[in-house]
Design a binder for this molecule. Structure first.
Ligand code: UDP
Length: 352
């Protein structure tokens, strides 16, 4: 059986790795396509090293561009490779441009398509990710949902129940696998930080970083918080480009984006996380670490229901929320977020 796994951006690698190994352990050597949507060492190669993944079988090298140009370049490259390989199933992950591009290409070639992380909805059409998710789900034959709320969304949209499989969150498989290494690493010590004494922040959503006025306001508020709790910000290349272009300044500890093990270690030792990342909302919820999400909405409502995550539209509200939530670590449990999601998916893929 020939199975293609598609990745292109940082969160994809975290989701692909467990399924790669689950298939391998069942005697299937999946073919890995890397579109090159993310190409910086820290956002791409470092993840292959961390998860001990072999070089991708096909690398498209598409690089940065506008969303639409990037999507069309990936589709064009995918056509040749998919025609040549004629796989039994193409598996796409998450909600990035590579996900949508391979979904469109696969269906046009009448190939079977599976979507891991199906059913998430922010109901915010201004987000490119929402367009990517909804379209990919519309095209998919197999919908692997991470949680029951996502399954409800798919059913409400009229997807055939027999195409939906509530399998849990595959990112948690990676987290559980790497956790012992990340725990013993105590990466915060390399930065001179005290365990549970600092804030970890990530920012990369266009709504926060593509407008100089808003990005400037966010950094100013983080500077204020940094006077009381040290803030460490592994800065995404998109954010860094804009900070440099607009000559913005900050007093927080800016570092390069971290490889997964190092980032997880910093998350484990933090007292609170400020983010606009989808995956980080989930990871903090699984770990019971308080998280403030700088966005007006989330496609991951389960993180809000648990109380680990809270949404905040305007950055000016941050200091008060930080004061209220810092260090409030809780015990959480989410159905099917148990480290066995990839096993479930592999079983379904191999016994259709
Ligand atoms: N992550 C990482 N290093 C970093 C920042 C994030 O390894 O410096 C991981 C994080 O733990 C999660 C994934 O990258 O597993 C999330 O990716 P990102 O925030 O880029 O994408 P999103 O989840 O928002 O789509």
């Amino acid at each position: 059986m020939r199975i293609i796994l598609v990745a292109g951006a940082r969160p994809n690698f975290v989701k692909l790795s467990p399924l790669y190994y689950a298939l391998k352990s069942r005697g299937i050597g999946p073919v890995v396509i890397h579109t090159g949507q993310h190409y910086d060492y820290e956002l791409s190669q470092a993840f292959f090293e961390d998860f001990n993944l072999p070089e991708p079988d096909h690398y498209f090298g598409v690089g940065s561009d506008t969303n639409l140009r990037q999507i069309s370049k990936i589709i064009a490259k995918a056509e040749d490779v998919l025609r040549a390989l004629n796989p039994d199933v193409v598996v796409v992950f998450g909600d990035v441009n590579s996900t949508l591009a391979l979904a469109v290409a696969s269906k046009h070639l009448h190939l079977k398509l599976a979507h891991v992380e199906a059913g998430l909805r922010s109901r915010d059409w201004s987000m490119p990710e929402e367009i990517n998710r909804i379209t990919t789900d519309a095209l998919s034959d197999l919908l692997f949902s991470p949680s029951y709320d996502a399954t409800e969304n798919l059913l409400a949209e009229g997807k055939p129940p027999e195409s939906i499989f509530t399998v849990g969150n595959i990112m948690i498989d990676s987290l559980m696998r790497v956790r012992p290494r990340a725990e013993s690493l105590r990466y915060w010590e390399n930065l001179g930080l005290r365990e549970r004494g600092y804030i970890l922040a990530t920012l990369h959503r266009p709504v926060n970083v593509d407008d100089p006025e808003r990005l400037g306001r966010i950094l100013k508020v983080l500077d204020r918080i940094n006077e009381r709790y040290p803030v460490v910000l592994p800065m995404h290349p998109r954010t860094r480009k804009n900070v440099e272009r607009w000559n913005l300044r900050t007093s927080v500890r800016v570092i390069k984006p971290l490889r997964y093990t190092h980032f997880l270690s910093l998350m484990l030792g933090s007292g609170l996380v400020i983010t606009d990342s989808g995956g980080v909302q989930e990871e903090t919820s699984f770990l019971g670490i308080p998280c403030i999400t700088l966005r007006p909405n989330t496609e991951r409502p389960i993180t809000l229901e648990l109380g680990t995550n809270v949404l905040l539209k305007e950055p000016e509200g941050l200091p008060e929320l930080v004061e209220e939530r810092f260090g409030r670590i809780t015990e959480t449990s989410i159905p099917l977020w148990d480290g066995r999601t990839a096993e479930r998916i592999a079983r379904i893929l191999l016994n259709p």
